[in-house]
Design a protein around this ligand. Structure first.
Ligand SMILES: Cc1ncc(COP(=O)(O)O)c(C=O)c1O
Length: 332
């Protein structure tokens, strides 16, 4: 399967390698029981992306990150996440399948059954786990962790939380081009808005750039669910610009006026006490999604994002719509 990025920019075929890890396009459907007030609400279900073992938005990023690491001759990925990190687990599992070791620095987050189960999966994944507890201690220990994971003269492949490097964001440039193709094929109407959780920024930044490359005027609404990173409009725009920079550096002839983000809206007010802390609105949104649409969300990212969609839609914030809710939560 040739990715849309290579189809739109054939000059990237050799310079920007891609590894198929998930089945695309991911399905879209109308969530008719959840849009009783406001604009029509559609689902793009990236939970279906992945090999059925562990999926979601992380896998889209890994499709570009793993081959980039391999192309540079790296043998180990060093990355960071919370104790229940979905990102860390996906990296460990898909990395291992592709001959890459993973070293994870883990930062404390509120422990519940979900987090404890994740931690057990992380221990079984073969990744090296380093409990750094806080962001400050992670930064302090980073030079030692990096130094210990050289392979000969090659440094490890270092990735930020959530895989939200410029190369990782390309996973959602690809997803935006895929969505545009689904619109062209008549699978769904052109959305006025697409809503996604904003955890480390790669998903929303990639969508923002990808929709512009696809020529859609759809606005990207990022719902802030993390208070440990800077996730304002300028940070996300900068990440989108850096992703565009990767495409240019690898030879893609992008339109000159692609840089100004313009299509990005950051929504706050749905985080609750902090990253990983439950909110009542999210619990309600999770139950409604499960009961009315058989859509399984999780509390940290997607339930908070759905809580935002339902409230903003009821307030008429999306105008006539239609609105797409992006499910980033992979199967368990
Ligand atoms: C289920 C889920 N949704 C959303 C996100 C956040 O996406 P991003 O980090 O690209 O902002 C994550 C991050 O790991 C996640 O696990």
């Amino acid at each position: 399967m040739t990715p849309h990025l290579h189809r739109q920019f054939p000059e990237l075929t050799e310079t920007l390698p891609h590894l198929v890890l998930g089945k695309s396009p991911t399905p879209v459907r109308l969530l008719s029981s959840l849009d009783t007030v406001g604009a029509d609400l559609w689902l793009k279900d990236d939970g279906a992306f992945g090999d059925g073992g562990w999926g979601g938005n992380k896998v889209r990023k890994l499709e570009w990150l793993l081959p980039d690491a391999l192309r540079q001759g790296r043998t180990t990925i060093v990355t960071v996440g919370g104790l229940g990190t979905n990102w860390g687990l996906a990296t460990a599992l898909y990395g291992r399948e592709n001959g890459l070791k993973t070293v994870l620095a883990l930062i404390d987050q509120p422990e519940d059954d979900h987090v404890r189960a994740q931690l057990a999966r992380l221990r079984a994944s073969g990744a090296t786990l380093i409990f750094t507890h806080t962001k400050a201690r992670t930064i302090l220990r980073a030079p030692i962790i990096l130094a210990r994971n050289f392979s000969g003269r090659r440094p490890p492949y270092l990735l930020p939380a959530g895989g939200s490097s410029p190369v990782g964001a390309l996973g959602y440039v690809e997803a935006a081009l895929e969505l545009a193709d689904q619109v062209r094929n008549g699978e769904l109407p052109e959305p006025t808005h697409i809503v996604a959780p904003l955890g480390s920024g790669g998903t929303v930044a990639g969508l923002s750039l990808g929709l512009r490359l696809a020529g859609l005027s759809t606005r990207v609404v990022g719902v802030v669910v993390n208070d440990t990173l800077r996730l304002d409009e300028s940070a996300i725009s900068r990440l989108a610009d850096r992703a565009a920079g990767v495409l240019r550096d690898r030879g893609a002839r992008l339109p000159a006026d692609i840089s100004p983000t313009g299509n990005l809206e950051i929504v706050t007010g749905y985080l609750g006490t902090g990253y990983g802390h439950p909110t009542m609105e999210a619990t309600t949104a999770q139950t409604l999604s499960e009961d009315l649409e058989h859509l399984t969300l999780e509390p940290v990212y997607t339930a908070k994002s759905m809580a935002a969609v339902l409230e903003l839609n009821a307030q008429g914030r999306f105008g006539g719509g239609p609105v797409v809710f992006l499910n980033t939560n992979g199967p368990r």
